[in-house]
Design a protein. Structure first.
Length: 746
């Protein structure tokens, strides 16, 4: 980073007032005031360019016709669909008609009717542009030269475009210029056409309306014929579906042999009877199972028990069991009185066993009989259940047949209704063919346009002005961001802490020789703003003076900053105030003091340093102000060696004793090292910064060089344009305001 003379770094922030660094944070109005010439120039150039572009474009004339679609729309149904009979919406009708107007078929008829294929406006092959003709000629010449040099084969003759391709191009060009615009009325359409000739625009748009009407009539007739054909085909198909349904109903009835409704009643009666029989069979089977279970339980019961007798339910079994029980009781009585082997005991036991065996045999016979009866009852129940299943299956088939018949009857009825609708639609369509075709009603006929509609000059110029003004504003913002020049004293104070000696205004805002006019201006108006600010510069320098005499060295960062004008004008102001001042022109490379003060260049400082002239011989008097001048003298081979010679130090020391003030004019710091050489002999070095011209980087580099020389330095802001400063709203613009002139002599 570049360091300043005070050892600080330069600031990069944007200063208030918009003095540099872009428009960030600055009002757009202030930016417009500062760069109004740039913005106005770009805006004027954009507007002029747009005007020239409008003049270069081929003007087009627009003719328009407003037509209303006939509200009577034929009801042509092309499908056996009830929704197809619904009329289209108004928006759909209008969009369809607009598409028909811009169809290629209509435009092709217009092109054929008007012979637009032979019109150069639409057939561009009949009117090639100058650029196309030039390109064709250049291409032909290059091709012939290449063929002569053997670089390429001879160019083949270009084939002429076919009539079909020409017709397509003409149709496309007509379509590009044909527009349809919907209006607030739902059935009114505005048709417009653009042409280079007013009458041609009227002719084409009228032809479009005529061909559109003819096409609409033909489309209506063709749609009606197509609808009739389709309706015939659909009616026959629906009739066939009715016949198929009737045949299916007959087939179902023949297969069942009777009416499904009668079958349902018969099957219902059978199902009720079989259900009752099944219930009786089930009850019988259950009773048999219960008896068999009781008999099985009797076998396990004690002989002669009441439970076993009741379970069997047989008198013989009960009698045998009773006798067996009595025999068992007698056996028990005998067993008490007699031993087991006693004959009477043995006889009683044999009788008891015989009775029990007879009872068991009888019970076995009863069980076998009950099992047979249970099997019969079970088989009977199964048969009845199967019969119920068959009846229910027959009933289901009968129900299905009934449903099929009803469905077929409903379909047949719907198809008969649809046949009636199709026949009605057929009658209406045939009646539409007998009616006159729907006409296109022209509401507003085409008139020959007077003024061109394209290009829209005012609109394009307005757009051009707006766009160029925006571009000018962006360019101004860019210039403002890139402008790093010094424009205010506050900016200098923010940039560096070096002493600011003052701000010196320019002599004339419109002066072409501002630097030459400054020395003369301070003599013409000794109390002017320029003279007072120069006195303030000297006061700032004199305030820190140490000793009786002091040398002020004046330099700049770059050439053209106005340092020589400051030097000569300051010397005249001081001399006119009674001070004994001498101006030393130490710029041996490009001297200008002698021209500004109208004195001789030779002899001067070069001769004095070389010892070929005395100091009294080189000092000249400015008769207009009384200031003394030592000009540069003859050019020397090495100005730097001359300035750093011991003789130069002796000359400055001698001048200290002769004058109250010595003002030394030196070359720019960044150009050569001459100013740095003399700065060591001066008491103070003033760096002249030109308002609105010197860049921050140049100031930083110059102050850094003075810091390297370790000499005290300050800054003078020169050639300040007071009017611009006030217009731009800079902080220190008030010191150059008109109200200050009554204190400064105008």
């Amino acid at each position: 980073m570049t360091m300043l003379a005070d050892g600080t770094a330069p600031h990069d922030d944007t200063f208030p007032g918009g003095q540099h660094g872009g428009a960030a944070g600055q009002p757009l109005l202030a930016l417009a005031r500062r760069r109004w010439r740039l913005i106005a120039g770009v805006t004027a150039a954009g507007g002029l360019g747009m005007l020239l572009a409008c003049q270069a474009l081929t003007p087009l004339y627009t003719a328009g016709v407003a037509v209303m679609i006939d509200p009577r729309v034929p009801k042509h149904a092309a499908r056996a669909d009830p929704l197809a009979f619904m009329p289209p919406s108004e928006e759909s009708v209008r969009k369809n008609e607009m598409a028909l107007i811009r169809s290629r078929r209509v435009v092709e008829r217009v092109v054929a009717a008007l012979g637009l294929e032979h019109d150069p406006e639409f057939n561009r092959s009949l009117r090639p542009s100058r650029w196309q003709d030039l390109a064709r000629r250049v291409k032909s010449v290059v091709g012939r030269i290449s063929a002569m040099l053997g670089l390429s084969p001879a160019p083949a003759t270009a084939e002429a475009p076919s009539p079909a391709s020409i017709r397509d191009q003409v149709v496309s060009r007509v379509l590009d210029r044909l527009t349809t615009i919907p209006t607030e009325a739902t059935r009114v359409i505005e048709i417009r056409f653009q042409s280079e000739r007013p009458r041609m625009a009227t002719t084409v748009v009228s032809a479009v309306v005529a061909q559109y009407a003819a096409q609409r009539r033909e489309e209506g007739q063709r749609d009606a014929q197509t609808a009739i054909t389709v309706l015939d085909r659909e009616t026959e198909a629906v009739n066939q579906r009715v016949r198929d349904a009737e045949r299916a109903i007959q087939r179902i009835q023949q297969e069942s042999g009777r009416q499904p409704a009668v079958e349902q009643k018969v099957f219902g009666d059978q199902l009720s009877d079989l259900t009752r029989q099944l219930s009786a069979a089930t009850s019988e089977r259950t009773a048999q199972e219960a008896r068999l279970a009781r008999i099985e339980a009797t076998r396990n019961a004690a002989p002669g028990s009441s439970t076993a007798s009741a379970a069997v339910g047989s008198s013989l079994v009960q009698q045998l069991q009773t006798q067996a029980a009595q025999a068992a009781a007698r056996l028990s009585g005998l067993a008490v009185s007699y031993p087991p082997n006693h004959p009477r005991v043995q006889e009683a036991k044999a009788q008891s066993d015989a009775l029990n065996a007879a009872a068991n045999a009888e019970i076995a016979k009863l069980g076998t009989s009950l099992r047979n009866e249970l099997a019969v009852a079970t088989a009977k129940e199964a048969v009845i259940a199967r019969m119920i299943g068959n009846v229910r299956a027959e009933m289901t088939r009968s129900v299905v047949s009934e449903n099929e018949i009803r469905l077929l009857e409903r379909q047949a009825e719907a198809n008969r209704s649809l046949v009636n609708q199709l026949n009605s639609r057929m009658t209406e369509t045939r009646s539409d063919l007998q009616l006159p075709a729907a006409e296109v009603r022209v509401i507003s006929a085409a008139a020959v346009p007077v003024a061109p509609s394209f290009p829209p000059t005012l609109a394009m110029m307005a757009v051009g002005l707006v766009v160029s003004a925006a571009g000018g504003g962006l360019l101004a913002m860019r210039r403002e961001r890139q402008d790093r020049s010094i424009r205010t004293a506050a900016q200098l104070r923010r940039l560096t802490s070096a002493h600011l000696l003052g701000s010196v205004p320019s002599v004339s805002r419109n002066s072409w020789a501002g630097r030459a006019a400054a020395p003369a201006a301070v003599l013409a108006r000794p109390t002017s703003l320029l003279a007072e600010n120069l006195r303030a510069v000297w006061l700032q320098f004199d305030r820190s003076r140490i000793g009786a005499k002091r040398i002020l060295l004046v330099t700049s960062a770059l050439p053209g900053e106005g340092k020589s004008s400051i030097v000569t004008a300051l010397a005249r102001v001081l001399a006119a105030g009674g001070r004994r001042v001498v101006v030393v022109d130490a710029d041996l490379r490009a001297p200008s003091v002698h021209r500004l003060l109208s004195v001789q260049r030779c002899p001067g400082l070069a001769e004095l340093a070389a010892g070929t002239a005395a100091i009294d011989e080189v000092i000249q008097l400015d008769s207009n102000s009384g200031a003394f001048v030592i000009a540069a003298g003859q050019p020397v081979a090495s100005p730097a060696d001359t300035l750093q010679s011991p003789a130069m130090a002796s000359i400055l020391l001698q001048l200290r004793t002769m004058f109250d003030g010595i003002i030394v004019d030196t070359p720019p710091l960044l150009a050569v090292a001459d100013a740095g050489i003399l700065a060591r002999h001066a008491d103070f070095t003033a760096l002249v910064v030109r308002w609105g011209a010197t860049k921050e980087a140049s100031i930083c580099a110059a102050l850094q060089r003075l810091r390297d020389f370790e000499v005290p330095a300050g800054v003078i802001l020169a050639q300040v344009d007071g009017r611009k400063a006030a217009c731009y709203g800079y902080e220190d613009a008030d010191m150059f305001a008109r109200a200050m002139r009554k204190y400064q002599g105008g």
